[in-house]
Design a protein around this ligand. Structure first.
Ligand code: GDP
Ligand code: MG
Length: 280
């Protein structure tokens, strides 16, 4: 379980060339402080990305993220290399900067690609609807990055509350014309791939639970999760939360699509906007 990321279960659509070169994938987390962004990054990649400099007393919480931190890791699985960068932020991604790329046609291939391929937007588990603040930030972000909304700390809501909250979030998103990432529909895919894509899409906004800890369940299993007096919420159990589906979407199934969409659509949008604003 630990150390498993899963990108080497090669999706058919992945090009051989990318496989040889390895992938470069950059994700970013955005949302209010305290919603579990740093914890989820750790959970996603299984390695403590923020090892405490000195051992902390047992009850000490993770240090608050105070600056934008970008963490890169090379992962290799069955001969497939992935260079993964995760950008952690102390709060809102006002600075999200797919603009910042050097325009240099001659040398395009040599430019280090530091664009953000996916942006996980953390929504507070209020159970009500989206806050005005969230709507404003999402509207700023959605033309620039693949926006993937997630419900933070889903262990604090009941299944029913989650279902209602998801419906309300999607309604708000639609009402405000916010574009969230949608997997492209495939023409010649096998049924299994289609079913998987549909299953993943049906979970958006993903209700996630993050945890650095391994806890013991009542039946004696050791799992990543959060312990409550009434039981354990398991991070990797699909009955308990959507963490597994989110990981599949990010790291395996849609990695190539997220990259292509970032390259083809979002970047070109930005370019034409920029050119227009320059009066070209
Ligand atoms: P950030 O400010 O968004 O990076 O949040 P942190 O990852 O630093 O987490 C803030 C607090 O929330 C810490 O005490 C975490 O242990 C706790 N936390 C993180 N993820 C979860 C979760 O999924 N459920 C619950 N109940 N608490 C969480
Ligand atoms: Mg943080």
């Amino acid at each position: 379980l630990m150390g498993y990321v899963g990108f080497a279960n090669l999706p058919n659509q992945v090009h051989r060339k990318s496989v040889r070169k390895g992938f470069q994938f950059t994700a970013m987390v955005v949302g209010e402080s305290g919603l579990g962004k740093s914890t989820l990054i750790n959970t996603l990649f299984n390695t403590p990305l923020y090892p405490p400099k000195e051992p902390l007393p047992p009850s000490t919480e993770r240090p608050k993220t105070v600056a934008i931190e970008s963490i890169g890791a090379d992962i290799e699985e069955n001969g497939v290399r992935l260079h993964l960068t995760v950008v952690d932020t102390p709060g809102f991604g006002d600075f999200v900067n797919n603009d910042d790329r050097h325009e240099n046609r001659v040398n395009r291939q040599k430019i280090v690609d530091n664009r953000v391929h996916a942006c996980l937007y953390f929504i507070q588990p209020t159970g009500h609807s989206l806050k005005q603040l969230d709507i404003e930030f999402m509207r700023r972000l959605h033309t620039r990055v693949n926006l993937i909304p997630v419900i933070a700390k889903a262990d604090t809501l009941t299944d029913e509350e989650i279902a209602d909250f998801k419906a309300r979030i999607l309604a708000d998103i639609a009402h405000h014309n916010i574009h969230i990432f949608q997997a492209p529909s495939y023409e010649n895919e096998d049924e299994e791939t289609l079913a998987e894509a549909e299953e993943i899409a049906s979970k958006i906004p993903f209700a996630v639970v993050g945890s650095d800890h391994v806890v013991e369940t009542s039946d004696g299993r050791h799992v990543r999760g959060r312990a409550y007096p009434w039981g354990v919420i398991e991070v990797d159990n699909e009955e308990h939360c959507d963490f597994v589906k989110l990981r599949q979407m990010l790291v395996r199934t849609y990695m190539e699509e997220l990259r292509e969409y970032t390259n083809d659509v979002l970047y070109e949008n930005w370019r034409s906007e920029k050119l227009l604003s320059m009066g070209v």
